[in-house]
Design a protein around this ligand. Structure first.
Ligand SMILES: Cc1cc2nc3c(=O)[nH]c(=O)nc-3n(C[C@H](O)[C@H](O)[C@H](O)COP(=O)(O)O)c2cc1C
Length: 487
């Protein structure tokens, strides 16, 4: 039998068998009155959560009226409840009853046992390769659903201009707070021709005066690090710019922009919020302004806003997909759909930017290897930002314990925490990640603990592909992989 037929038969068979096993498990379970569809609705509501109808409908990819009928039945059977929230009596939400939660737990247990029995058939040392292969296959099927809009031509890392700033190699190093992308890493990336980015968030956390005057400590260290990075990169031939990432949700974001520009930062990257008033803090057009967005809608808001208020256009956009490390700009219930639409969204945003005068699109989130970049390139990415991949470099300012945790992390060791704005952040599971709530102070403390090497009490942001990390490499190794001419 040829390989194509064989793989096709296996996939069809797995699909059918899983469905049948699921039905059988339901017939034998204590919740026999539930259909498979109803059970999946309970899973989409989630244990311990309360959701609106539109959130559940989005997760199930059905419309609200179809869902209403299903929820009515679940309420009648005693598996779900509708309730109004005290802060706004107009909003109706749904949650599971204890019976509903038990049905979900039983179902999850069934899936866990089925998969763990199945993977027991695979030798331990081949599991990593197996996950990588099916993951690749899944991604190609997703790409097939939305083929590239036009023939992209051979993959090339073409130099780009971010406004007046020239970038010889369109590879951005993502900001790694807290204190992990400082001058050493940013300069090493700029020396290779890429965009080296210093993360401003809590950058002064090691300073003595940090707890009594964090703004002062942060600004002082930010200034020092920018100057140091520019100096370290200065003698490199064909160097790339040194940039700063400022989280727009931070209290003094405008002041950090002014400090960074004064100290000589050449690119300002802004994420974690929509930086509608960023140009107000940086009138100098020699500095490139590059917002991070998670949707075409956010890009459009910024374009309209900046044009009207400042007669200025972003000098490039970073589109962050749902596989990224750090906080995501979408809700947890939207992640699955965003993974499916990742390539389509790249093409959509690119389509929007094409009418502008030179506004390159940089893509990030799950870009770990050159192969990942090639796929995004096919849909219109002009450049790429890598966050997690740079953590396991010699030059990264993370402590050895943090890098070691990345090398050990398996796919099942990742989880989400709920960020301050209700947006999820992907982290490596630790005793602390299970305990932490939405309190921003606990989250910051966890991030600081991890940065100092206390992993048990720490939070470690990570991208979804870090299970691929197997060794400490150099920044030059990464640039070599991405820029190597193959023909
Ligand atoms: C440890 C860590 C810290 C991060 N800190 C920040 C940050 O301070 N600001 C920000 O905008 N993004 C931050 N990010 C996101 C990265 O800059 C980058 O966009 C993301 O990691 C890209 O996804 P990838 O990890 O799959 O490459 C962080 C990511 C990681 C892994």
């Amino acid at each position: 039998m040829d390989n194509v037929k064989k793989i096709n038969d296996i996939l069809v068979n797995i699909f059918n068998v899983v469905l049948k096993l699921e039905e059988k498990a339901m017939r034998e379970s204590t919740h026999r009155d539930l259909s498979v569809k109803e059970l999946h609705t309970l899973v989409a509501i989630g244990e311990g959560k309360s959701k609106t109808m539109s959130q559940v409908a989005a997760a199930l990819k059905i419309n609200v009226s179809t869902l209403t009928a299903s929820i009515n039945r679940l309420v009648k059977k005693g598996y779900a409840q509708r309730f109004r929230i005290p802060e706004d009596r107009r909003i109706v939400k749904i949650r599971l009853t204890e019976e509903g939660a038990e049905a979900v737990r039983e179902h999850e247990q069934f899936h866990r046992e089925m998969i763990s029995d199945a993977i027991n058939q695979i030798p331990e040392d081949q599991i990593g390769k197996f996950i990588e292969s099916i993951d690749n296959m899944n991604e190609y099927l997703v790409m097939r659903k939305n083929p590239p809009p036009k023939e992209p031509g051979p993959f090339r890392m073409k130099p780009m201009n971010l406004g007046k700033v020239r970038v010889p190699v369109p590879l951005f190093q993502g900001a790694l707070s807290i204190g992990m992308s400082m001058s050493r890493l940013a300069a090493a990336v700029a020396r290779q021709g890429g965009v080296g980015v210093i993360a401003a968030h809590k950058i002064g956390f090691r300073e003595e005066d940090f707890s009594e005057n964090p703004l002062k400590a942060n600004k002082r260290v930010l200034r020092q690090e920018i100057k140091k990075a520019l100096e370290l990169a200065s003698d490199a031939e064909n160097r790339g710019p040194v940039g700063v990432n400022i989280m727009w949700s931070s209290r003094h974001c405008g002041e950090y922009v002014e400090t960074a520009v004064e100290a000589g930062a050449e690119v300002i990257v802004c994420g974690a919020g929509i930086p509608t008033n960023l140009p107000g803090y940086c009138r100098d057009k020699k500095v490139a302004l590059v917002p991070v967005v998670s949707s075409k809608r956010a890009a459009n808001i910024l374009i309209r806003n900046w044009t009207k208020k400042y007669n200025r256009m972003p000098d490039g956009f970073i589109f962050q997909g749902p596989l990224a490390g750090g906080y995501l700009g979408i809700k947890e219930s939207q992640i699955e759909a965003a993974v499916e639409d990742f390539y389509k969204n790249i093409a959509d945003i690119k389509g929007e930017l094409e009418s502008l005068d030179n506004c390159p699109l940089i893509v990030c989130g799950g870009i770990y290897s050159r192969e990942d970049a090639e796929k995004a390139y096919a849909y219109g990415a002009d450049g790429f930002q890598l966050g997690s991949r740079f953590v396991t470099t010699e030059e990264c300012n993370a402590c050895p314990e943090f890098k070691e945790a990345y090398l050990k992390c398996r796919e099942k060791d990742m989880t989400f925490i709920a960020g301050p704005e209700g947006f999820p952040g992907r982290v490596i599971e630790t005793p602390y990640s299970a305990r932490v709530g939405e309190d921003p102070r606990c989250i910051t403390q966890g991030l600081i603990n991890a940065a100092l090497g206390d992993l048990k009490n720490g939070l470690m942001f990570c991208g979804s592909k870090i299970y691929k990390a197997s060794k400490i490499e150099t920044v030059a190794d990464i640039f070599r992989e991405f820029t190597l001419e193959t023909c």
